[in-house]
Structure formats: C-alpha cells, structure tokens
Design a protein around this ligand. Structure first.
Ligand code: ATP
Ligand code: MG
Length: 420
C-alpha cells in the first residue's frame, strides 16, 4: 500500500526549507530586538480552553477544530491558534506577577479542519506574539511595528495595514442594539450562521463570508462611529503613534474580532498576491481574555501571521532568499591513503564549524568531481599522493576558477578565514 500525506498537510522539503528558516530567524531576531522572548506551548490542550479562549461563536471553534477523545476519556483539541495556549501558560506559570509588559513570541503549527485552497491548509504555521499587562496605545503601535519591521527585513513592500477599533463592552452594548435594529427587518434574507449570530453576537455578522458583500451588511452602522470617549482616545493615540513611526495604515471599519473579550484595536495586514486568502497577519487587543480564563484582570494584545501566506507573498514579490550552501568545501581524494587524510580533514573542519563533504560511496575521482559540481559546492580541494608528499593542496573557488595553495595543516585556518 502506498501512503500519501493527509489532505491539507504538506511536507516541507529540503529544496524549500531554507525559506522557512530565513523567515523564522528573521522573525525571532526582530522580536528579540523589541525584548520579546520565545515561548513554546503544547500542540494539544483540553477542548474547553479553546471554546473559552477563542470563543464558542467563532468559525474556528464551531466548525474547524480537530477534537477527539483520548484514551483517558478527555476531550482534547489540536491547537487551532496560539493565543489561548499562551494565555493559559501565562496564568499557570505565574507570569501575571512579572514586570509589565510581558512580551512573548511563538512559532507554531496550527490545525483547522478547513477546505483546502491556496494559502489555506489543515496543518499550517503561525508566527505570533502576545504582550500582556500594557493598557495604553503604545503597545498596540509596538506590535504593529514588529510586523512592519519584519516585512521590511524580509524585503517585502506594499502589504497594506488596516486598523479598526471595536470598542469596549460599554460602547459595544449600545452599538449591538443599533445593529440588531438595523438587521432585524432583514433577518429572513441572512444566512443560517448570521441568524444565530444575530442572537449571540451580532458584531460577527459584519464579518460574514456569505452575507458580507450584501448591501444590508455594507450599510450597517459602524462601531467606529459609536466609540465611547476612552475608546476614541485610545484609537486616536494609536493613529498618532503610527504616524510618528511613519507606519502607513488605512482605517477599515469592517475588520471585527467579535468576541466579548476582544476590545479596541484590531488590525490586519493584507495583500492582493495571496488571492482570496489575502490576510497575511491578523491581530488585536483582548483586554478581557485573561479574566475570562480565571486569571487576574490583565490587558493583552497580540497577532498571528500565516507563514505559508507570508512565503506566497515573498515569492510573488520575488523576495525568496537564495538557497544557502551549508557544505562549503568538497574534499576529493585520489587514493586510499588520501581518503584517510580527507576523512580526518573533514572531521577537523566540521569541528571548526565548516561544512564539508568527502566521498563515502567509493566513487572514482571523476565521479567525485561530477558529484561536487552537481551539488554546487562552492570550493574544492583535491588530495592525491603528490599533495600528501608535499604537504600542500590547492583550494579552488568554483565560481571563478581561482586556486590558492594552502599547507595541509593550515587548511582549517584558511577555510575559517576565507570560505565560511
Ligand atoms: P481567514 O479569514 O483567512 O480564515 P482567520 O481570521 O481565520 O483567517 P486568524 O485566526 O486571524 O485567521 O489567523 C491568523 C493568520 O493565520 C491568518 O491571517 C492567516 O495568515 C493564517 N491562517 C489562518 N487559517 C489558516 C489556514 N487554514 N491555512 C493557512 N493559514 C491560515
Ligand atoms: Mg479562518
């Protein structure tokens, strides 16, 4: 029987892994430059954590979770996102008493039972971060600038930032009444999900993938026009901080993250290149989340970025990195005695951190040269009986054909200085 990868999953092969590694390293280094530290959370959690922490009216929780009973009869879910797990860990590990803001970043796989499309998979990857304990708009601007700087470091341009405010429970209660009055006469024309949202969480109707393009949704009152004074000041504060940083944005009143514990700032980074799945990164403030998970009331904000979508964007912009050559030197050996010297040389080179290869397959000298060429190894050294007798070799730069004589016992030093 032949096995194949499950629908919606993908192997990341050596031929493309360096793109991922470049993105991972760049993200980590940008996060570090702001004082964010990495956290690694488990792949699965108890199902209730997501029902509560993501919200049981969201598509993610109602339709997309990989949930199963384990052998101990517990309901387990593969994480569909990172925030709930990080928030759990933050509370469970006493991070609530650390000096604020507590800055955490992560790089995870996430699982959602979704219909496969370009940029939409069942197992996918997210870079994200969470900042706990800071209330004012400066941290909102900070996390947005993490994404902005990250894109710049990846060489990406023109990924549109859209921001919005969805207010606080106070302004939203007023607004929900208005929204329900607006939708009530038309509720019969709305999709089944929206009819349920109308009862439980009308704000989510704005975000509906089915009804979202209808006039009735487009003409709905906008929460941004009904913010309370505090929420308005927060949003104005964010805008002026972004202006001061020179980070460009558009205000998009249709971005919602319609859960009770999401509040104020929400934002997305969107690109045309990723097709209909245009959102590369989404984030927002969740001042109620830690409280709702029975932790001490703590403001929080974060974002998550789809790494597959990021790489689709990098490819579309022609900004994928070059494949690095980890193996810098090929050591060709022309005799059995030379092979021994070659093996020991490779050992010493690797100990010094220099990537190299020598033949293990019993190839002829010609076949060794062919192999080294095919692997595009940038430097070559040939060891034969003459070289052993003289104690000197030539190191050849394959790109320009230049040869440099080097003493056998000085090869490691030469390579450290010249070919790493
Ligand atoms: P969408 O509207 O595209 O379904 P979402 O609102 O469900 O996105 P979030 O929960 O905000 O997405 O996740 C943050 C980011 O993770 C998204 O902006 C996207 O880049 C990525 N993402 C979400 N779901 C998937 C998926 N199934 N496959 C690949 N990437 C995904
Ligand atoms: Mg989704």
């Amino acid at each position: 029987m032949k096995f194949s990868a499950q629908k919606g999953t993908k192997d990341i092969l050596p031929s493309e892994i360096y793109r991922w590694q470049k993105a991972e390293q760049t993200f980590a280094s940008v996060c570090h430059s702001f004082g964010y530290e990495e956290i690694r959370i488990p792949t699965f959690e108890q199902t209730d954590l997501f029902a509560r922490g993501v919200g049981d009216t969201t598509d993610v929780v109602t339709k997309e979770m990989y949930t199963f009973e384990d052998k101990g009869g517990r309901s387990i879910t593969l994480r569909p996102e990172g925030t709930a797990g990080v928030a759990r860990s933050f509370i469970e590990n006493g991070m609530t008493s650390l000096p604020t803001p507590v800055r955490l970043f992560y790089n995870i796989t996430a699982f959602r039972y979704e219909k496969m499309q370009k940029g939409r998979y069942r197992e996918f990857h997210q870079f994200g971060l969470e900042a706990f304990g800071a209330e004012g708009p400066s941290i909102d601007a900070e996390i947005i600038s993490v994404v902005d700087i990250f894109f710049k470091k990846m060489g990406l341009e023109n990924i549109g930032l859209r921001i919005n405010s969805i207010g606080c429970p106070k302004c939203r209660a007023e607004y929900n009444k208005l929204l329900k009055d607006h939708f009530r006469p038309h509720i019969g024309e709305m999709c089944e999900d929206c009819r349920e949202r109308f009862e439980k969480n009308p704000l989510r109707m704005i975000d509906c993938k089915i009804d979202g393009s209808k006039d009735i949704v487009k003409n709905a009152p906008r929460l941004i026009d009904y913010l309370c004074e505090d929420c308005k000041a927060h949003f104005e504060g964010l805008k002026s901080e972004l202006d001061a940083l020179g980070v460009k944005y558009e205000i998009d009143p249709n971005i919602v993250r319609g859960l009770d514990y999401y509040s104020r700032t929400v934002f997305e980074f969107v690109s045309e290149n990723v097709g209909t799945q245009g959102t590369i990164c989404g984030g927002g403030r969740y001042d109620g989340l830690i409280g709702i998970m029975d932790g001490p009331a703590t403001p929080g904000i974060g974002f998550a970025m789809g790494v597959e979508r990021l790489l689709i964007e990098a490819e579309a912009q022609g900004k994928l990195p070059e494949k690095p050559s980890h193996v810098r030197l090929y050591v060709a050996a022309m005799s059995d005695a030379a092979k021994k010297t070659a093996s020991k040389l490779c050992y010493d080179l690797r100990l010094a951190g220099i990537g190299c290869e020598t033949d293990l397959a019993g190839r002829s000298f010609r076949a060794q040269m062919k192999y080294a060429g095919k692997q595009e190894i940038p430097y070559l050294v040939v060891i034969g009986d003459d070289e052993l007798a003289n104690g000197e070799v030539k190191i050849k730069n394959m790109a320009n054909g230049e040869e440099t004589p080097v003493k056998l016992d000085e090869i490691v030093k030469y390579c450290q200085d010249n070919i790493v």
